[in-house]
Design a protein around this ligand. Structure first.
Ligand code: NDP
Length: 389
């Protein structure tokens, strides 16, 4: 029986992971499930999967979690230390699906046990890619990508010599504003930005798709995960979102990964790797789909892509600063305090100020330094917001 833990079990990726695990209850022993505010879901799943421990990141939710698990024999805990302790419990396979930079420390704790870490939490690689890779190497742990684009690249690279890769193309749907006139973006509402043409995801990642900040994170993740040079990584707008990524080789071959809009494919691939097995995802009928279309990304519409190129060159703590700046700007957009295009303006402004103080971004990538730059960046975004015209 494989021992499994799911960090961020109550979220969209966590629930898809549980869907797969619950189909084969005899194959898995669930060690830890973690969540934050959705304690009812966390308790339900912990009971259904007979987990050892359920942990909420939210201290105030502990009494509710305890009450929901009373008499089940399942341990309940809360807070950051408990989250890390749960992630560090011996397990064979751990899903990292907490949202945001909060996923970094638990993911590292899981890697330190030598577990296989299935990584949906792209922010870990963006904020601290070298630390993640070094920790995995030091503890003989394996990192497997779960983001659909990175899973696609990983699959296209299977059996290939990475030195023969010429370029990697990750696709982008273009999000809610792909076809909007540029001048209309200034009046885009939160509701308009929160509707994705193809994928059903949480609100924050959906808005990040409209702004392409999500794609920007994925560019940085591609660089950190696979080690490609920034000049080798391209974004291609592909409105149908069926090709998730392509890998181009030295001989001109382009290997594309085509699959349905269902994260259970990438999750299942990481769960069963290195084997392929049946997964409950739709089979594509390409004749019915008929045509796939592509266009070059428009950098005036999606300035986040240019910012990602800058961050990939800067490296160091620039990824952590970039992630925090986009998180904080997104908070302000969702709160109705800034316009949609202001998010990229604020991120650019803060990065610009940080680059002028070389010592800020060149400090070693440690958990403490990532936390410190994250904190400072959020303050700087708030200051920059006050000066917006
Ligand atoms: P959700 O917002 O749906 O879920 C996030 C999970 O993290 C929930 O379990 C939530 O708990 C928990 N959580 C929230 N805040 C904290 C915190 N401060 N500390 C600990 N746990 C916390 O996110 P998704 O499932 O959509 O995404 C998870 C990760 O996977 C993200 O990094 C995202 O970029 C990535 N990803 C997502 C894809 C998707 O299709 N959704 C595709 C590819 C990558 P609760 O709900 O109980 O509050």
């Amino acid at each position: 029986m494989r021992r499994i833990s799911i960090l961020g079990a109550t979220g969209s990726i966590g629930q898809s992971t549980i869907d797969l695990i619950a189909r084969a209850p005899d194959a898995y022993r669930v060690v830890a499930l973690t969540g934050a505010r959705n304690v009812a879901q966390l308790a339900r799943d912990a009971i259904r999967l007979r987990a050892e421990i359920a942990v909420t990141a939210d201290d105030a939710s502990l009494p509710d979690l305890r009450a929901a698990l009373a008499g089940t024999g399942i341990a309940a805990a809360a807070g950051q230390a408990a989250l890390i302790e749960a992630a560090a419990r011996p397990a064979d396979w751990v899903m990292s699906a907490i949202v945001g930079a909060a996923g970094l420390a638990p993911g590292l704790a899981a890697l330190q046990t030598g577990a296989t870490l299935a990584l949906a939490n792209k922010e870990s690689m963006v904020c601290a890619g070298p630390l993640m890779l070094a920790t995995a190497a030091q503890h003989n742990a394996r990192l497997l990508p779960v983001d659909s684009e990175h899973s696609a690249v990983f699959q296209a690279l299977r059996g290939e010599d990475i030195a023969t890769v010429e370029r990697v193309i990750i696709t982008a749907s273009g999000g809610a504003f792909r076809d909007w006139p540029l001048e209309r973006l200034a009046t885009a509402t939160v509701r308009e930005a929160s509707s994705h043409p193809n994928w059903d995801m949480g609100q924050r990642i959906t808005i990040d798709s409209a702004s392409m900040f999500n794609k920007a994170l994925e560019l940085i993740e591609t660089r950190e995960f696979f080690g490609f040079a920034p000049s080798q990584i391209e974004v291609l707008v592909h409105p149908e979102s069926l090709i998730h990524a392509m890998v181009g080789f030295r001989d001109g071959a382009l290997m594309a990964h085509i699959g349905p809009h269902d994260m259970r494919h990438a999750i299942g691939h990481a769960l069963h790797w290195p084997h392929r097995t049946d997964l409950p995802v739709a089979r594509l009928d390409l004749a019915a789909i008929g045509a796939l279309t592509f266009r070059a990304p428009d950098h005036a519409r999606w300035p986040a892509l240019r910012l990602a190129a800058w961050v990939m060159d800067l490296r160091g703590l620039a990824g952590a600063a970039f992630n925090a700046a986009k998180e904080r700007s997104l908070d302000h957009f969702i709160a109705g305090q800034i316009a949609f295009p202001d998010m990229a303006r604020l991120v650019a402004d803060v990065l610009d100020r940080m680059v002028n103080d070389a010592s800020l971004l060149s400090a070693p990538i440690t958990l403490d330094n990532v936390a410190a730059i994250d904190h400072l960046t959020r303050i700087m975004v708030d200051e920059a917001k006050a000066t917006l015209a």
